[in-house]
Design a protein around this ligand. Structure first.
Ligand code: 4NP
Length: 161
């Protein structure tokens, strides 16, 4: 249980490229925390560096817009060891992201690291399917998953505040 509300939760969403799943998760979480009126530090990153500085994939931007959220201003960045002390919780989209994050976790890490879908009943151990190589429908499924995760985070933050 959190001791009081002065410590806003700091949560980092992690995927491979930081242009599809994790920026959608960040956008969904920003919207959900704002709607609930709960302060939080929210960010996203990728384990890879191919898209550093790029905005989210245009299909991710379109899906977020369709759901009422603008993620066009986000820019991809790569996970760094310091993220393990800056954030309370790092939520990886899939097992590969989790394993790659563990590989750079510093000895003084304080962040908890787990899968995004571990927060959802019946989804523990599952990965958020990467929509990058699929059709546009994949992005709708990604949004459904990450917005459920965002709602679970808000519920947790409001019950432990
Ligand atoms: P993300 O999707 O990890 O959800 O951002 C991907 C984005 C780019 C690539 C792979 C996955 N890529 O190979 O460039």
């Amino acid at each position: 249980m959190r001791n009081d509300r002065k410590d806003a939760p700091a949560i980092l969403f992690l995927c491979l490229g930081n242009i599809c799943r994790s920026p959608l998760a960040e956008g969904a979480a920003r919207a959900a925390f704002a709607k609930a009126g709960i302060a939080a530090t929210l960010d996203s990153a990728g384990t890879g560096d191919w898209h550093v500085g790029h905005p989210p994939d245009h299909r991710a931007q379109a899906e977020a817009r369709r759901r009422g959220t603008d993620i066009s201003g986000l820019a991809a960045r790569q996970l760094v060891p310091e993220d393990f002390t800056r954030f309370d919780l790092i939520l990886a989209a899939d097992e590969t992201n989790l394993r790659d994050a563990l590989a750079i976790r510093p000895p003084d890490a304080t962040a908890e690291l787990k899968l995004m879908l571990d927060l959802l009943p019946g989804r523990k151990g599952q990965g958020v399917t990467d929509p990058y190589y699929g059709d546009d429908g994949g992005f709708a499924a990604t949004w459904d998953d990450v917005s459920a995760v965002a709602d679970a985070l808000v519920a947790e933050a409001s019950s432990s505040g």
